[in-house]
Design a protein around this ligand. Structure first.
Ligand SMILES: Nc1ncnc2c1ncn2[C@@H]1O[C@H](COP(=O)(O)OP(=O)(O)OP(=O)(O)O)[C@@H](O)[C@H]1O
Ligand SMILES: [Mg+2]
Length: 414
């Protein structure tokens, strides 16, 4: 795993996906589930597929790795046409994550993650190392988790293992079908933050189906809004979809409070955080207290040897201690710097602390965000919606693309 902590742009390991003129007709159905879709998914980006139930999201996703065979059209991965290559071989190059991880219940965590590497004939040592590396990547302690069975894990942990398994053979593409649909909101937020952190490191091409428009805005570099038959109603950045929904259908889909949803665009890492007094296990409590008093702070954040927050102590608690312990508090209100201001508010509300601890790369402590800061950000932020960047294209045959500045694909000739 990379030791790099600098902001050097990592290499994009993802490959672009071109879905070209793809149609799926299920036997006995009047109209196609997916109707001549052409969609270009840029390498190294996260593209979200949203739309009403039954509009063809899952069918579209599963045609990319050919769990469902297209009736017509072709799929190109990078510069390789994969329409006719062996489906099993294709699926080894495309990670796939479904709700609740889709783990095999009779296999341990390690065995679940090892499936594809084993099929690829890796030796034992390489597989074992890879399992540990991936568990670290998804924030599960390998020693603690590798030998457990799925039923011995929480929903969020199962989902993490599902992601680890999908990444096992380092595929350029990751497909996720409502990956966070089955977990509670706070766990979902953490898993989303984690996915963004992983993506920062790995730069895969990730396609995610979701029902949750806020999730689409938070995770997506691009969002595709489908109507029935996987007709592309809009394919655009979250900013532009919120600011300029293509039509009433999209407006309705975004739902009310589009203004508030702008909040979902603002990240914790973009606002100014408050400093905190920090301490380490083993320090003399009275000395730490003196520091807090001198700084006029009521709280002290205890961080471990890797700068990760483990306790949040009041002055009162400090007076009762002799030394700072290494105990990890169970429900610390922590948000990652990629979390949205909405997430931060949720976390504060759940913990009733009126503030949350913010962590950055490798869960290192960065500072504190409080309710006032979030409120200020809300009022001051009428975000710059207009956008930049190249726009990838997507159309259905016989339709005009609704996307601005479309480039490339001329295949959708009417
Ligand atoms: N195996 C199948 N046989 C026949 N019709 C199917 C089959 N699978 C899906 N369909 C139909 O194709 C359409 C698209 O289904 P799909 O599962 O892709 O929708 P979706 O957008 O993922 O919906 P949801 O949000 O409810 O998961 C639906 O009308 C569905 O009933
Ligand atoms: Mg579906």
């Amino acid at each position: 795993m990379s030791e790099t902590t600098t902001s050097d742009a990592p290499n994009i390991s993802g490959k672009s996906i071109l879905i070209e003129g793809v149609t799926k007709r299920y036997p006995g159905q009047k109209s196609p589930a997916v109707d001549g879709i052409t969609l270009e998914i840029p390498a190294g980006k996260i593209v979200m597929l949203v739309g009403p139930s039954g509009c063809g999201k899952t069918t579209t996703l599963k045609m990319i790795n050919r769990l469902i065979e297209p009736t017509e059209g072709r799929i190109v991965l990078g510069d390789e046409d994969v329409t006719d290559i062996d489906g099993d071989e294709l699926r080894r190059r495309i990670g796939y994550v479904i709700q609740a991880g889709g783990l095999f219940p009779h296999l341990t965590v390690a065995a679940n993650i090892s499936i594809v590497p084993k099929m690829l004939g890796w030796d034992k040592k390489r597989i074992a190392d890879r399992v540990d590396e991936l568990l670290e990547l998804v924030s599960l302690d390998p020693a603690d988790y590798r030998d457990r069975y799925p039923k011995e894990l929480s929903g969020g942990q199962q989902q993490r293992v599902g992601v680890a398994r999908a990444l096992a053979a380092d595929p350029p593409v990751l497909l996720m079908d409502e990956p966070f649909g089955a977990v509670d909101p706070i766990t979902r937020q953490r898993l989303q933050d984690e996915l963004l952190r992983i993506q920062e490191e790995l730069q895969k091409t990730i396609v995610i189906v979701t029902h949750d428009f806020d999730e689409a805005v938070k995770l997506g570099d691009w969002i595709v809004v489908f109507s029935d038959g996987a007709h592309i109603v809009q394919y655009d950045t979250p900013e532009r979809i919120l600011a300029e929904p293509a039509n009433e259908f999209v407006e309705n889909f975004i739902g009310s409070g589009a203004g508030l949803k702008q909040l979902t665009l603002r990240r914790v890492g973009e606002v100014e955080l408050a400093d905190a007094v920090t301490a380490r296990p083993g320090e003399v409590a009275s000395e730490v207290l003196a520091r807090a008093v001198a700084a006029k702070h009521n709280h002290v954040v205890v961080v471990d040897e890797r700068e990760r927050p483990i306790q949040w102590l009041t002055r009162r608690q400090l007076t009762r201690l002799e030394k700072i312990t290494a105990v990890r508090e169970a429900h610390l209100p922590v948000v990652g710097h990629r979390a949205t201001l909405n997430d931060a508010l949720d976390t504060m509300l759940v913990s009733s602390a009126g503030a949350a601890l913010v962590t950055g790369k490798r869960d290192r402590f960065l500072g504190v965000i409080d309710v006032e800061t979030v409120m200020e950000a809300i009022t001051s932020a009428r975000a710059s919606a207009a956008a930049s960047a190249d726009t990838p294209t997507g159309t259905n045959s016989g339709e005009v693309s609704i996307i601005a500045e479309s480039d490339l694909t001329e295949s959708s000739a009417v």
